[in-house]
Design a protein around this ligand. Structure first.
Ligand SMILES: [Fe+2]
Length: 361
């Protein structure tokens, strides 16, 4: 909005002589000759009912629509196959990969191509599948999606199950459509069962979990057995959870000091739906919730549930506001699932691997 106002002001200054000439006067434009012409386009309809073919601003291209058969969630689940209950297996977790929309964002650690390098290292560990926690592109544009699909076609060897992040929408903040995500990857809320575990992806990319989603989640959780939830934006109730002590020997260069009094002007947590989400998680044998969105590492146990923010998949490591007990370093995780629970190992891009302690009851 500020940008729009600044733009309008610049435009007014630019057009002032023309206005003056057109009105026959020689005085400088003083803003009193009626409203300026508006250069804002009318907001497009944002309901699929109103414009099913061009929902919102984005139109999926035929090549991206065709890619769904190769890289969409259903294709990845077909690649994964099944495993009977009681099977022990390892899966991977990797968070935010978007490289920053603007050049100034790319001055921060960890630098270019880290997502591809981390994915190569993670896939070499041969996990059964990988959970990607959203924000795999900076903005949901056709070129960005094409580049990501090209990377998948060339280098993705392990089934990649993802949840949508705010950047994967048509724009990262405010109202946005999810046309490209739905065309290439969708569904956004889904689950799959593997080895006796249920893995549930939940769309929190609008920084909201709606009542309809809570009802769907309640049904998805209503089966016996352990579950894992993965969603992009953390729920607000975690904001004051006590983090686990991180027992890592990481080189100083891998962790930037918290040096900036940057205010928390981005909404890093979803508030609407947070308490319902908390109630469901705590009553449904959920063992872990994996989240991204914040380009850092953080973990906490709350009422016997392990929560991990793993937002270091290659995105810029911005300075965090004071009071954030998080560590900012690029990383991915491997998680061993056995009938007795989960064991998470964190693999920093630079530094030494470390294992999270068992969940506190
Ligand atoms: Fe995000």
């Amino acid at each position: 909005m500020t940008t729009m106002r600044t733009g309008a002001l610049a435009l007014a200054l630019l057009l002032a002589p023309a206005f003056a000439a057109a009105s026959g006067g020689g005085a400088l434009f003083d803003g009193s000759r009626g409203p300026l012409p508006r250069f804002e386009l009318p907001a497009p309809p944002l309901t699929p009912e109103a414009a099913p073919e061009t929902f919102g601003r984005t139109v999926a291209t035929p090549d991206l629509i065709a890619a769904k058969a190769r890289v969409g969630i259903d294709a990845e689940l077909a690649r994964l196959g099944s495993a009977p209950a009681g099977t022990s297996f390892t899966f991977g977790v990797i968070g935010d990969a978007e490289p920053g929309r603007f050049p100034w964002e790319r001055i921060f650690e960890p630098g270019k191509d880290v997502f591809a390098k981390e994915m190569a290292a993670l896939q070499a560990r041969d996990p059964r599948f990988i959970l990607q926690l959203g924000d795999f592109v900076s903005e949901g544009t056709v070129p960005n999606y094409r580049a990501h699909v090209a990377w998948m076609d060339a280098d993705s060897t392990v089934p990649l199950l993802r949840c949508i992040g705010n950047h994967d929408r048509s724009r990262p903040n405010g109202d946005a459509d999810k046309v490209l995500y739905d065309a290439v990857f969708g569904p956004r809320d889904y689950f799959f069962d593997y080895g006796g575990w249920r893995f549930i992806a939940l769309d929190s990319s609008d920084r909201v979990v709606t009542p309809a989603q809570i009802a769907w989640l309640s049904g998805a959780l209503n089966v016996p057995g352990p579950k894992v939830i993965y969603t992009h934006v953390p729920p607000a109730y975690l904001r004051h959870a006590k983090p686990l002590p991180i027992v890592a020997s990481l080189p100083a260069s891998a962790i930037e000091a918290e040096r900036s009094p940057v205010q928390d002007f981005f909404e890093n947590w979803f508030k609407e739906g947070s308490s319902d989400f908390e109630r469901l998680v705590e009553t449904s044998d959920v063992k872990a919730v994996f989240m991204g969105h914040i380009h850092a590492f953080w973990a906490a146990d709350l009422h016997g549930v392990r929560y991990v923010i793993s937002g270091g998949g290659g995105s810029p490591l911005y300075p965090l506001p004071p009071g954030y007990d998080m560590r900012r370093f690029a990383h991915y995780m491997t998680v061993a699932a056995t009938p007795s629970g989960l064991t998470e190992t964190v693999h920093p891009y630079r530094g030494t691997d470390f294992v999270l302690p068992p969940v506190r009851p």
